[in-house]
Ligand binder design. Structure first.
Ligand code: ZN
Length: 488
């Protein structure tokens, strides 16, 4: 009997044509351009059919298999996801305070917090939004239940699929994030007290001084050092000289200012490796630098893909691998020799940059340790909403400061993604290791060494075949670096 199945490569090729069309629309949507919703729905339908065709016939490649399950789950979740998007801004809204002429809502909350210097106001909205969060909770848990059901039809779960893709185990990953958070705690709390008067307008950190208030404010004093520098020119020069000249020709940058454009920068690999796009909006000098460097890291990762490789190898990259390249390029901005050489900054300016970057990295570690552990346990133990809230509260207390348990429902990643936050932590530790290797091998000016550039290029080109098993993942060097402050 002849095999009438299409090969996985054939299915992959068709997958790619739909993914390209779909990504163009998603890109337009986020970039504040015209987009075609009907086309998106029909592309999503085609992807759903292709996923079923794959799952009916094949078990390998495993990353393709798991991605097909995810595609089905995504499309089942679509109506409820749209409902959450909608309600998030209408329900989580406070008429008493305005931002840009409209009531402060979930979408403008962080911008409002960055600007408002009235502590009572900030606390009032925080408490008010927490109360309102309950109105989203049943939708959010329904959405997670749909994912759980779809995955279980194929003998796995969102948690197991994630662990499999990242080639780790529940034990290992929970230990890893737990010890990062525990070890960052003490330095974080001391540095938080140091910065509290300037950043939070009071003596000490409290529950409503969240990560995003700090992030929105702490870099302001650094702007004066970078005002006259053009981040786009600098990153293109650095990457061009490092051996990515040809890659840069494939990366389009949109820096126009449009009203509906997403305020945070992003990078889309529309067709890998030939059509890669970065979108960014000028916000403030220092954050323009970090966000452009970060997105260009994603950019060269995508353009390094090998055109002849099958669909799954080019596109289905573990999240911690995707963040490895973006964080690597971003980390140049807290690397002293780079700041001296390329940005010609004084020692004083560099110390100030390092102090503030280190503080935010520690805040990230303690906050994301709680977030990551929470989500891992959520899936493992099938928490009810009440259990989830009380556990989140305990975890925030363990790692930094006790937050009301409902806070997780207001976050932009935790209620939305099955699992994502541990990937940033894995990537940060891996990048520290990679940088140490590059420095050891090519010297402290490694970003000027063509041979170092080609090591990075080869790693990037491996895409889904990136070897996750060769890293020590020693947390010490990273923790040590982030705990260094000029004021202690
Ligand atoms: Zn990123």
């Amino acid at each position: 009997m002849t095999d009438i199945r299409r090969t996985t490569d054939d299915i992959g090729r068709e997958f790619e044509t739909h993914i390209i069309r779909m990504s163009k629309q998603q890109y337009n949507l986020k970039a504040g351009l015209e987009y075609d919703r009907t086309l998106m729905e029909s592309e999503s339908e085609s992807l759903l059919k292709l996923s079923k065709e794959f799952l009916d016939s094949y078990l390998e490649p495993r990353s393709f298999y798991l991605n097909c399950i995810n595609t089905i789950a995504q499309s089942r979740k679509l109506p409820i996801s749209l409902e959450i998007y909608e309600k998030r801004n209408t329900e989580i809204s406070c008429n008493k305070y305005n931002f840009a002429g409209k009531p402060v809502n979930w979408g403008s909350w962080r911008q409002f917090n960055t600007l408002s210097r009235d502590i009572k106001e900030r606390k009032e909205i925080f408490d008010f939004f927490l109360e309102k969060a309950s109105q989203l909770s049943s939708l959010i848990s329904t959405r997670f239940n749909i994912a759980q059901q779809v995955y279980s039809l194929y003998g796995t779960s969102p948690l197991d699929a994630y662990l499999e893709i990242e080639k780790t185990s529940y034990e290992k990953l929970t230990n890893f994030v737990g010890s990062l958070g525990d070890n960052a705690r003490k330095s974080f709390l001391s540095a938080a007290d140091h910065f509290a008067p300037e950043v939070f307008d009071k003596e000490t950190l409290e529950y409503y001084d969240d990560f995003y208030v700090a992030r929105g404010r702490i870099y302001t004093p650094l702007n004066k050092y970078l005002e006259k520098k053009n981040p786009l020119k600098i990153i293109e020069k650095v990457l061009g000289e490092w051996g990515f000249q040809e890659d840069l020709t494939k990366i389009r940058v949109d820096h126009e200012n449009r009203e509906k454009k997403s305020p945070s920068a992003f990078c889309f690999g529309i067709q890998i490796p030939n059509d890669v796009r970065i979108v960014f909006k000028r916000v403030s000098p220092f954050s323009d630098f970090t966000s452009l460097f970060h997105e260009f890291g994603h950019g060269i990762h995508a353009t390094s893909g090998i055109a002849e490789d099958p669909y799954w190898k080019r596109y289905l990259v573990p999240m911690s691998v995707a963040e490895t390249f973006s964080i690597l390029i971003e980390m140049l901005l807290q690397y002293k020799p780079f700041l001296q050489e390329e940005l010609e900054l004084s020692d004083e300016a560099i110390l100030e940059i390092l102090d503030r970057r280190h503080f935010m990295n520690l805040y990230f570690l303690v906050f994301y340790a709680a977030n990551s552990l929470f989500k891992l346990e959520y899936w493992k133990n099938n928490y009810s909403l009440e259990q989830a809230e009380s556990r989140y509260q305990e975890l925030t207390k363990r790692f930094f400061i006790e937050l009301p348990g409902k806070y997780w429902l207001l976050h932009h990643i935790m209620p939305e993604y099955d699992l994502y936050s541990p990937s940033y932590m894995i990537a940060s530790i891996r990048v520290k290791e990679l940088m140490q290797q590059l420095i050891g091998e090519y010297g402290e000016f490694f970003w000027k060494e063509k041979r170092a550039g080609s090591v990075v290029k080869d790693l990037a080109a491996s895409r889904a075949d990136f070897d996750l098993t060769i890293w020590n993942m020693d947390i010490e060097p990273y923790l040590e670096e982030q705990s260094e402050f000029s004021f202690f």
